[in-house]
Design a protein around this ligand. Sequence first.
Ligand code: NAD
Ligand code: 6OD
Length: 493
Amino acid sequence: MTGRAPAGPSRLRNFVGGEFVDGGSTFTKVSPVTGEPVFEVVEATRSTVDDTVAAARAALRGPWGRMGERERAEVLRRVADELERRFDDLVTAEVADTGKSIAQARTLDIPRGAANFRAFAEIVATAPTESFTTVTPTGGRALNYAVRKPVGVVAVIVPWNLPLLLLTWKVAPALACGNAVVVKPSEETPASATLLAEVMAAAGVPDGVFNLVHGFGPDSAGEFLTRHPGVDAITFTGESATGGAIMRAAADGVKAVSFELGGKNAGLVFADADLDAAVAGSMRSSFTNGGQVCLCTERIYVQRPVFDEFTARLAKRAGELAYGWPTDEATATMPLISPQHRAKVLGAYELARAEGAEVLTGGGTPTFGDARDGGSYVQPTVLTGLGPDARTNREEIFGPVVHVAPFDTEDEAYALANGTEYGLAATVWTRDVGVAHRAGVRLDAGIVWVNTWFLRDLRTPFGGVKASGIGREGGVHSLNFYSELTNVCVDLS
Ligand code: NAD
Ligand code: 6OD
């Protein structure tokens, strides 16, 4: 059984000022695995959103606003402890919402939720601020030093692909810096965020510091939040086009924004690479989470001497990826998040064919002969034969699909990789340290992985260039977004 709801209520409510609140209309969340309903979700009204912002503002004036960094770090550690205590419930919630494999939820999604809180507890307690001694015009001395203050009420809006991971990646540093948050998870993944509200309460996070609204984007909770005059900053992960809409909404209030957006990430496989590692790594980078990771490689360029061998091995392995129920430990695929997203991805498969692509494996939908036929599955797909200008090679698909093409020179590889409007991540397979370094410098990407993929150190800058984002989060970069630095200048003469 897989579309199973977690232990606890199957009616998911908003969380305002420390209380779950009901009221208003509801929408139905269906299982990506079977298409059956799994949750009824209370959609936040404009007035619910007003209430959350007021509760967050009130919390900033209460004990939370008077806590020092070390006390807040202690609260974050308690949240991590509580997330670990609710581990099984969170795994079940994440699987029910997304249809991802239980093995992935256990090893990636939920552990990273707790890790985000532990990491930012450490970072905020140890990060220094600047200080300078200055010679004054009269030859005396002045001391300049910076102090961090919370920004205020932060709206956190996140997508459905790695729900708890992406939500806590933003909530943890926002709370570490002393803000109060109003979070809006994706309408497709309301469950783990609702459990996070329970976790916050159990961990003793003061009422109003963490608030949750469920709903959609335009003319719903997302837009009510981004246009709210009581919101001081917006941190958003999602599609680049949505980032544009949020930026327009934020412009009126001149709110700070941090955007982690879409990608059309390239993998580069050089002829000197360890080919076993490159094939295995490219399987992960193309098909993890059903290809629904913003960091996934949807284009792989392979140096000509190893192109045929690499491509044949990748296509063979992609064709062998095991379908299974999310609860089967051997399952290596997952459904797409919704019928709408499946239609989009199947449309991309059709477009690739119309553009002249050769389909090496996949390209359609699997059939199961059981309840999964009501789900949103597509086949893992490997394409080849298209040029860099094909829409298949330029537009984000966000599914289990990769196009493979050859290159000859290093310069050509960088030109091909950089040939889209996006610039989130790139993955490079080579044994040549010179190539590794030049790739880091020359690729239009916020993150360049060499001989690995999605290996994370939470202290490092994370974000995208071009249409893939604005700003950086991670480590001190998160602190810089979620706090205001005030410089204090004391004349000592
Ligand atoms: P989306 O942009 O459709 O939705 C993301 C969130 O924004 C949802 O909660 C949605 O309800 C909300 N939203 C939509 N319109 C809004 C509006 N006008 N105002 C306020 N909120 C609004 O994205 P998605 O389909 O949920 O997620 C997939 C996309 O996210 C892909 O493009 C993927 O690359 C991107 N993504 C990027 C990163 C990153 O770190 N760069 C990480 C994960 C996903
Ligand atoms: O690992 C992270 O911190 C992060 N933000 C990952 C984003 C994945 C995109 O789907």
